[in-house]
Each structure stands twice: as structure tokens, then as C-alpha cells.
Write a protein that binds this ligand. Structure first.
Ligand code: GDD
Length: 325
């Protein structure tokens, strides 16, 4: 069997770059798109082993051209506006970037007979944010939990999820839907809780005097994983996921943001005080999310393995080395 040709949208991003490394290790032929004008430094170590093209996914013609040239076996659609926080300040951008780019991708494949033949799997990324403010009795959420997003990001991902399934049912596109929980690790940009905390700590460690960091809501609880475990799940779903089925990827465990902060402050080399900044509180908060991951474990062998403390340490180290400003 020839090696699969994997096409990763958002390949230069946080999860995209980790996925590209994993696919190369697995012997895949790796292609991808990155947003023109943005950095590709996450790919520096593997730049010569992959083929990447600068394409704005909001440009359907450019996207169609690159897909027609590459004729991938698997498409893994990671490019998105992924920050819930940003979705409150720029809801239109989040919705446009997530929904229209996904639509353009599915349409490019649907409208080309050769692509309909070559593409065996399309992994479409949603999020467990689609469930919104679930009741404690609904925890852990399984894949049948009703979609009730409460922020523009969650709504955009619910739309992507439903559009992906409609293209399978209507046009036989082999879409597999993934609702991923929070994942973090080296290369994740500020705007998410772990990088925000690591960035502040790395900066304050180099400062003298009183060290104070600003934080948001510490009471929320989330299902955190290491990005390097989650991208393994994406590839497993490209290989063995069943079109039409929704899969959760996560840790299956829940942690409070307070406990994440406490663990990171223990890793800091200097004493740091955290204060809640009302500006960092959201207009609506999702108090708890924890996913039932048994379907992905059973059907494709998904098995997260990286200890949480390792993830925190690696992310903090990344910010100490190259990110903190
Ligand atoms: N970003 C951020 N920064 N969040 C903070 C901070 C802070 O300084 N302090 C507290 N928080 C709280 C947020 O209010 C939220 O309750 C929690 O930390 C997690 O916030 P994020 O890391 O921004 O992630 P998220 O849970 O809103 O969304 C992430 O997970 C989704 C899956 O559940 C993102 O990665 C999404 O793209 C992903 O789909």
C-alpha cells in the first residue's frame, strides 16, 4: 500500500505542526496549508520534509487549486479561529473563519470528481464547547449530548459539525467528526489559559521586585490533554474513524483552573502572586466540561499517555526559551 497523502489545513499552527511531525514519523507524505502572512516557524525542524502552500481558506479558488494538485488520501481540517476569548471580541471573524473555510473545503472536494475518488477520509474538527453550560448530571458528556453552545466560538464549531455531517449524508463525503477537549503544550499561543499563565510566569521570573500576574476565572473546570496525545487521535481517526460518527478526544478527567495555576506556580523559580483581573472574566462562562472518551478508545485505540505535569513543564519551558516578551 502506498503511504497516505495527508493534507493538514493550518499545518503551521499549534496542533497542525505537532500533527505534521507525527505523520512524518508514521511514514505519511505530508502536505498542508498555512495562512499567508503568518509565521511558519513551528515547522522549522521539518520544513524540508513536507510540502506547504500559503492559502487563505476563505479563497475557494486557491483552495481548490491546491487540493486538485495534491489529491490527498486524508484531509485533516485544523485551520480555525480557536480562541473562545477572541470570539467574544470578534464574533464575526470567528464565525466566518470557521464556518466559511470548512464549507469551502467540503465544496472543493464535492465539486471535483478526482478528489471525490482520492479522498478517503475528512477529519472535521469541532470542540466540546458545542455543549455549552451542561448540567452536572450530564457530566461526562457523551457524543449524544445536545448541542447548546453559549459563545460564538462554540456556535461556529456546532455549525461546522452539522455541515460536515450534512455533506456526508447528502453528498457521500467521508467526514468524521471530532469534538476535542482542551489541549495544550509547547507552541500554543497566548490567548489560552496554560500559555497565558506560562507567559506571565516566564516574564515575571526574569523581573525583580513584586511579581504579580493577572488571571481570569479560576473556578471553571476543564478536561485538559497534551496536544501530542490529541494529534495521535486525529491520525487514528483519519485511519480508522467511521464516517458519520462523532468522536470525543480528551483525557476524560477534569481539573480546575485554580489547580492548573497552583501546579504552574509550584514550577516557577520565583514567588508569584496571582490576582483576578475582572477584564479577563467572560460575559458567559462554561463552568465545567469533561468528555466521555470511551468511543475513541474502543474504536480507534486512542490512549492519552503524557502526564499532565510533563505538559505543564514543557509548556513553561517553551515560554522560558522562546516566547516570553
Ligand atoms: N485564556 C484564558 N486566559 N483563560 C483563563 C485565564 C486566562 O488568563 N484565566 C482563567 N481562564 C479560564 C477561562 O475563563 C476558561 O474557563 C478556562 O480558563 C479555559 O480557557 P481557555 O484556555 O481559553 O480555553 P476554553 O476552555 O475556553 O477553550 C479551549 O478548549 C476548547 C475545548 O473545550 C480552546 O482550546 C478551544 O479551541 C477548544 O475547542
Amino acid at each position: 500500500m502506498p503511504a497516505p497523502r495527508v493534507f493538514i489545513t493550518g499545518i503551521a499552527g499549534f496542533a497542525g505542526s505537532h500533527l505534521a511531525e507525527l505523520c512524518l514519523d508514521a511514514g505519511d507524505v505530508v502536505f498542508g496549508t498555512w495562512l499567508p502572512g503568518t509565521s511558519t516557524r513551528n515547522l522549522d525542524a521539518i520544513r524540508d520534509e513536507i510540502e506547504i502552500t500559503a492559502v487563505d481558506l476563505l479563497n475557494p479558488k486557491a483552495l481548490t487549486r491546491v487540493l486538485q494538485r495534491i489529491r490527498p488520501t486524508w484531509v485533516i481540517h485544523l485551520a480555525a479561529s480557536t480562541s473562545v476569548g477572541d470570539s467574544f471580541s470578534s464574533p464575526g471573524n470567528t464565525i466566518r473563519n470557521n464556518v466559511i473555510s470548512s464549507l469551502n473545503l467540503l465544496e472543493a472536494i464535492r465539486q471535483d470528481r478526482n478528489l471525490m475518488k482520492s479522498v478517503e477520509k475528512i477529519v472535521m474538527l469541532a470542540s466540546n464547547e458545542v455543549y455549552g453550560r451542561v448540567r452536572p448530571s450530564q457530566i461526562p458528556v457523551d457524543e449524544n449530548t445536545p448541542l447548546r453552545p453559549v459563545n460564538p466560538y462554540g456556535a461556529s464549531k456546532a455549525a461546522v459539525d452539522l455541515i460536515a455531517e450534512s455533506y456526508r449524508a447528502s453528498f457521500k463525503l467521508p467526514t468524521v467528526r471530532v469534538r476535542a477537549s482542551n489541549h495544550t503544550g509547547p507552541r500554543q499561543a497566548p490567548g489560552f489559559v496554560v500559555p497565558d499563565f506560562c507567559n506571565s510566569i516566564a516574564r515575571l521570573e526574569r523581573k525583580s521586585g513584586k511579581r504579580v500576574m493577572k488571571v481570569g476565572d479560576l473556578s471553571a473546570r476543564r478536561d485538559f490533554s497534551d496536544v501530542r496525545d490529541i494529534v495521535k487521535g486525529y491520525r487514528q481517526l483519519a485511519q480508522d474513524g467511521k464516517p458519520g460518527i462523532v468522536y470525543h478526544l480528551g483525557s476524560g478527567k477534569v481539573r480546575s483552573i485554580q489547580s492548573v495555576l497552583d501546579s504552574l506556580l509550584k514550577l516557577a523559580t520565583q514567588p508569584i502572586t496571582a490576582v483576578v483581573d475582572p477584564k479577563k472574566l467572560r460575559p458567559v462562562e462554561v463552568p465545567i466540561l469533561r468528555a466521555d472518551i470511551s468511543r475513541a478508545q474502543r474504536d480507534v485505540g486512542f490512549k492519552p499517555s503524557i502526564p499532565w505535569n510533563q505538559t505543564l513543564l514543557d509548556t513553561l519551558e517553551y515560554y522560558r526559551q522562546c516566547r516570553s516578551k
